[in-house]
Design a protein around this ligand. Sequence first.
Ligand SMILES: C[S@@+](CC[C@H](N)C(=O)[O-])C[C@H]1O[C@@H](n2cnc3c(N)ncnc32)[C@H](O)[C@@H]1O
Length: 252
Amino acid sequence: MSSPLKEGIFWEIHSGLPREGPGDNASTSKAFSMLTDLPDAPFILDIACGPGMQTMELARLCNGDIVALDTHQEFLDELDRRAVAAKVEDRVTTVNASMFELPFDEDSFDLIWCEGAIYILGFEEGLTQWRPLLKNKGYLAVTNACYLKSEIPDAVRKMWESDYPGITTIENSLEAITLSGYKSLDHFILPSSSWMDNYYTPKEERIKMLRTKYIGNADALKELDESQSEVDMYRKYSDFYGYVFFVMQSAE
Ligand SMILES: C[S@@+](CC[C@H](N)C(=O)[O-])C[C@H]1O[C@@H](n2cnc3c(N)ncnc32)[C@H](O)[C@@H]1O
């Protein structure tokens, strides 16, 4: 369990960033365009929405109602503000609940969306547990970290073993999709700009600012170093891992 100091720094690094993981509106839009048979006003569940950049893009892309779920109330409040500013608050409903205990009936959604967070449950677990919530032939679109090459440097393996031991290749992920009862419609690797523009660059600026605030505080500076090293690793090793958008349809 994190110490109060660690948690304090974590949220100080993360609060108020445009988004909480790699992604961008162009990639959200590209994945959405692959859902050819969605109703005009689909009922959508956005799991682990964070501050909701992708939720807002989904609201722009269709006339559907979106339930945006997360466990961190501050993100949900930010999304509520964004929805009001864009005048879509009647179509975006935030829910504070965990993906481990989703409070929804089976056969509820035309589309389930999850950018950057299925790893919390585990890729196969997420695919399996969420499928019953989809209506017949409903869609699921998720992003997940994958290895992009067969030979992975030790430093990269070590990092992922600690952060997300379930990381695997695109091929293995596609196999898991089929085995979990979906038809894969398409997949693509997120561009490196989706790591930098909305996520790592604002995060680095925040880290720089907090270094000044916490000067002389060894615990806080260590935490900031760890956060910075994640960005440095990506700069050095982005050929070897990336986020992949997987778009699929429930097979029955
Ligand atoms: C990597 S961020 C992704 C956020 C957003 N989808 C994005 O791409 O900006 C992961 C999100 O998962 C949320 N989260 C963590 N544990 C969760 C859980 N058990 N159920 C739902 N959301 C959770 C965090 O609060 C955070 O917003």
